[in-house]
Write a new protein. Structure first.
Length: 183
């Protein structure tokens, strides 16, 4: 299985991590080797409705440092139901192109889910939007998840939860965003 260093270094002992950009989605500014980024400020939960919207907290324009061959993008959030059954559909985008292989759905019945939506983008010889492969990444590219409720009777609150500390009402859960550039 190996340790974490082996996972990122291929077992050779050196790290393949060029930088890690990670923050709660609270509007803070984060500086890493590739630049300074302002993380979205998410202050409340929302019901996305049945039309796709940008998933609050997931949107960022990112330019990896020179030498990057892969970009790991992780958005961690909570989803809380608003009815007896809830389903939220998700789509991932890079520079306006949908990564169709990354489609996701979260749902449940009278509960909530903690979700880590992850994808590893690759910089390769040919572009493949279906799988999130780009031929070059020498300018900032917008990364984001989009969300919608499956139907009008399948409502979820996003960035929310229910039933914490014996409460039956929904409450806000601040999401986090992490981007790791690998060589």
């Amino acid at each position: 299985m190996g340790n974490l260093t082996d996972h990122f270094s291929g077992g050779g002992g050196g790290s393949n991590i060029l930088e890690v950009l990670s923050s709660p989605c609270d509007g803070r500014t984060v500086t890493v080797s590739s630049g300074t980024y302002t993380i979205q400020n998410v202050t409340s939960y929302t019901n996305p409705g049945t039309t796709y919207i940008d998933y609050p907290g997931s949107v960022i324009s990112y330019l990896p440092p020179e030498g990057t061959t892969k970009v790991m993008y992780e958005f961690s959030t909570q989803t809380g139901w608003r009815g007896s059954h809830a389903i939220t559909d998700l789509r991932l985008y890079i520079a306006g192109a949908e990564v169709t292989a990354a489609k996701r759905a979260v749902g449940g019945s009278n509960d909530q889910s903690l979700s880590n939506f992850r994808w590893t983008f690759a910089i390769g010889d040919t572009s493949d939007a279906t799988n999130g492969v780009v031929t070059s990444w020498d300018t900032a590219k917008e990364l984001k998840w989009m969300a919608r409720n499956y139907g009008s009777s399948n409502n979820n609150y996003i960035n929310a939860s229910r039933y914490r500390d014996n409460s039956s009402s929904s409450y806000f859960c601040r999401p986090t965003l992490t981007i790791t550039a690998l060589k």
